[in-house]
Write a protein that binds this ligand. Structure first.
Ligand code: UGA
Length: 373
């Protein structure tokens, strides 16, 4: 490992550079290092401010294209953030979800194995599967993995991601690191339905949308599931701990999460309502009360859930000296403040669209890999 931050000869390839995590990672690399970036995505709206940066080259492309894959694998560090990662799509579009989360990253991994690039592959906390409400800390190399039956197509995504992890780990000569994000949240997450995407975004964007529109927040199956929310800025700090690792981070999977931020979704709704009321200077009582909705009715047949996702973060701390720091209340205030200023004028799903936010993506940061979007 010899990736010095002041070495201007290094170029990092970021697949999904225009997505939620990608846009923050791009900004941080350009600010904190002298590296160059080769960015690939199908949608660059989040990174308009970087399009003319002389240290960047961007390609609007899809990993389904072999030539693009070969080009990416020429760079010494390849970060693959591309995925379809909104649960609302796992049931209705299972084949596309599996293709984009297995076929394309597997092809990229093969190319990196040939070229000798270090592949940092973003997997998911969802590979821990159908965790129960009393499940314990999820450990990268010890926790047993259980998924629902094939009829529960919710798990199409998780099983594709898990297969990709196994494929990567099995490839001879590949220098790899797998990252398992635990509910990263922050500015630019997902989309507002009817404005810059369609369907149901993940919970933070969905609750933020409902608050801005004065609609009730929907608590799926009562909102009893728990998540440990992690600031996207902590996630970016993790990447720098990885880039600068003193001990080899190769052949390792890392949870990236914040167990101190564990809450139920019902608690999340209450916190977000309170913070939104403070930001807008209105009384909490003026906001609609959350409503409970059955998961299958809300997301469709085949929906299932992880009831608790509590990351062990001991490995990242031990091997990389990294620990997420940002408390949940700080994250939510920052995210909601951004959401209100970015989307505040879009009260109605049928409201007028502006060119600067009228783009279409419902992927995790990456439109890439999804030929059908
Ligand atoms: C999703 C993805 O599937 C994972 O790949 C990804 O790693 C993870 O997000 C993440 O962001 O790290 P999940 O946590 O289930 O997994 O995604 P959300 O859609 O944000 O749902 C979180 C919980 O909130 C679930 O229990 C869901 O049923 C609930 N929810 C969601 C609501 O109660 N109301 C909503 O409007 C949306």
């Amino acid at each position: 490992m010899n990736f010095l931050f002041n070495d201007s000869s290094i170029t990092v390839a970021i697949v999904g550079c225009g997505g939620f995590v990608g846009c923050h990672l791009l900004d941080a690399i350009l600010t904190r290092t002298k590296w160059r970036v080769f960015g690939v995505d199908l949608d660059l709206y989040r990174i308009q401010h970087r399009l003319n940066d002389e240290r960047c080259e961007f390609m609007v492309a899809d990993l389904a294209d072999k030539k693009v894959v070969e080009r990416i694998a020429k760079y010494p560090v390849v970060v693959n953030l591309a995925a379809i990662c909104t649960p609302s799509r796992y049931m209705a579009e299972a084949p596309e979800v599996i293709r984009s989360n297995y076929d394309h990253p597997a092809a990229l991994a093969e190319a990196c194995a040939k070229s000798g690039s270090w592949l940092i592959h973003f997997s998911t906390s969802e590979i821990y599967g159908r965790t129960s409400a009393d499940s314990e800390l999820l450990l990268e190399d010890e926790t047993e993995l259980t998924f629902g039956p094939v009829t529960a197509s919710r798990w199409s995504y998780a099983t594709a991601k898990l297969l990709t992890e196994r494929y990567i780990a099995g490839l001879k000569n590949l220098k790899w690191t797998v990252v398992r994000p635990f509910n990263f949240v922050g500015p630019y997450m997902d989309f507002m339905p009817g404005v810059d995407g369609s369907g149901i975004p993940r919970v933070l964007a969905n609750f933020s949308t409902a608050l801005v529109r004065g609609e009730p927040l929907k608590l799926v199956n009562g909102g009893v599931a728990k998540r440990s929310f992690t600031s996207v800025f902590d996630a970016v700090d993790f990447m720098f701990a990885l880039f600068g690792a003193e001990k080899s981070p190769f052949s390792q999977a890392f949870n990236v999460g914040n167990p101190d931020n564990e809450i139920t979704i019902a608690e999340l709704a209450q916190k977000m309502r309170k913070i939104f009321a403070e930001i807008k200077g209105v009384s909490l009582e003026a906001l609609p009360v959350p409503e409970c909705v059955p998961g299958v009715e809300y997301y469709g047949e085949g929906y299932d859930d992880s009831m608790r996702r509590l990351p062990s973060v001991e490995k990242a701390e031990r091997l990389l000296g990294f620990k997420a720091q940002t408390p949940i209340d700080v994250i939510l205030r920052e995210s909601l403040t951004w959401f209100v200023s970015h989307y505040g004028s879009y009260q109605s799903p049928c409201g007028s669209l502006q060119d600067d936010v009228n783009h279409s993506t419902s992927n995790c940061g990456i439109a890439a890999l999804n030929p059908v979007t």
